[in-house]
Design a protein around this ligand. Structure first.
Ligand code: KIV
Ligand code: ZN
Length: 388
């Protein structure tokens, strides 16, 4: 398999014989719908400025994202203006709206071409939040889809809290509307990969509409559930950069895209080498720094400290790396600390043009190891070398 720029999949992914087993292999393009600017901004405490939103939208567009959810225009005047500003320069955007005329009008006025309409369909949401009956919700959906379409909008429809909604009710809705895509949100993140697979398969029994999945991370399953949805037949994934979003967040774009390549025969339009920079930008604009051990974009994702690992990495990075970080525009790091061996010290020094004998390296290592529990940065290492 090759990436869009002709680079070979095998040069970057070091998977094993069993990595792709247990599912029916299908080769298809998975569309990536990014909602960093909408669900991502719903992360408690996060608010992007207009300039930051515009910058993120541009970066998402340059990274090959298929649909960018620019925002929720009915939320505020500023949000409306920002969405309009983004829509002016970027074509493949979409805006969120509840199933009511006012929200839909804001989307139309913001010059969006695609509307993401949503309304809750689970009994618990209808009873306690919407205070509406199933029939009332159904009528709202029909009315709203018709209204949006009559204004030339393409429609993505989400039955909110889909994974707790009655399947027959969803069937009635989905088979009654003519929309581009139906997106199934696991709104409170209560699925696991097996149940998600089953859920999407069930939906595919009664529709051949394009299916998208939107998974939250309350049990830490968002990426796995998104992948399971794709393996069951979904053709689009709703994701955010760094997995930011409500509560424990959404499925992360960088993890989902990597998993599509790592575990399936499918592919995306994403330019993987843009992802590291995108992650760093979103992290600084949102103030949400990915946890150090987060896959792909965490600071430690491509760092190696233990002596045995470093020796392996120096001989052949495929020994301890599932994915070559260069594919994301990132670099591997050899870190010196309590678990380091001679190879790491030698490697770092030689990369700086400093050549030492084995005895000298041993002495340096002894000093470092006495620095119990600390990660030794380059500056400190050079100080030790100087003193030695
Ligand atoms: O999680 C959710 O249900 C949502 C919908 C608005 C799609 O974000
Ligand atoms: Zn969501």
């Amino acid at each position: 398999m090759y990436f869009y720029d002709g680079r070979s999949y095998g040069d970057f992914f070091n998977m094993g014989e069993y990595s792709r087993m247990g599912y029916e292999p299908v080769r298809k393009k998975i569309s990536i719908f990014d909602t960093t600017l909408r669900d991502g901004e719903q992360t408690p405490g996060v608010s992007f400025s207009m300039q930051e939103k515009y910058e993120i939208a541009m970066k998402l567009n340059n990274a090959g994202v298929n649909i960018i959810e620019a925002g929720f225009p009915a939320v505020s005047i500023d949000e409306f203006k920002t969405v309009k500003h983004i829509n002016y320069d970027i074509e493949n955007t979409c805006s969120l709206a509840r199933c009511n005329k006012n929200d839909i009008d804001r989307v139309i006025e913001s010059n969006s071409r695609i509307i993401h309409l949503f309304i809750a369909t689970s009994d618990i949401h209808m009873q306690y939040k919407l205070k509406m009956s199933r029939d009332q919700v159904f009528d709202k959906i029909i009315e709203s889809v018709e209204y949006a379409k009559s204004h030339g909008l393409k429609v993505i429809f989400s039955p909110e809290d889909a994974t707790r909604s009655d399947m027959d009710f969803m069937k009635k809705i989905i088979t009654s509307i003519d929309v581009e895509t139906v997106n199934f949100p696991d709104t409170i993140g209560i699925m696991n990969p097996m149940s998600m697979y089953y859920f999407i398969k069930k939906i595919k029994e009664f529709t051949d509409k394009k299916i998208s999945v939107h998974c939250h991370n309350d049990f830490g399953m968002a990426t796995a559930n998104t992948l399971a949805g794709i393996m069951a037949g979904a053709e689009e994934a709703q994701v955010t950069i760094n997995g930011i979003g409500e509560r424990a967040g959404n499925a992360s774009l960088e993890e989902v895209v990597s998993s599509i390549y790592g575990f399936s025969d499918s592919y995306t339009d994403i330019k993987m080498e843009k992802l590291y920079d995108l992650s760093r930008y979103v992290s600084s604009a949102s103030g949400i720094i990915p946890q150090k051990n987060k896959a792909i974009t965490g600071e430690n994702a491509f760092s190696h400290e233990a002596g045995i690992h470093v020796q392996g990495i120096i001989n052949n990075p495929k020994t301890y790396e599932a994915i070559n970080p260069e594919i994301f525009g990132a670099r591997r790091k050899i870190v010196i600390g309590k678990h380091s061996g001679k190879a790491a010290v030698k490697y770092i020094l030689e990369n700086k043009g400093i050549y030492k004998t084995d005895d000298e390296i041993n002495n340096i290592l002894t000093i470092i190891k006495n620095e119990n529990n600390k990660t030794i940065d380059d500056e400190y290492l050079l100080q030790v070398v100087k003193n030695e």
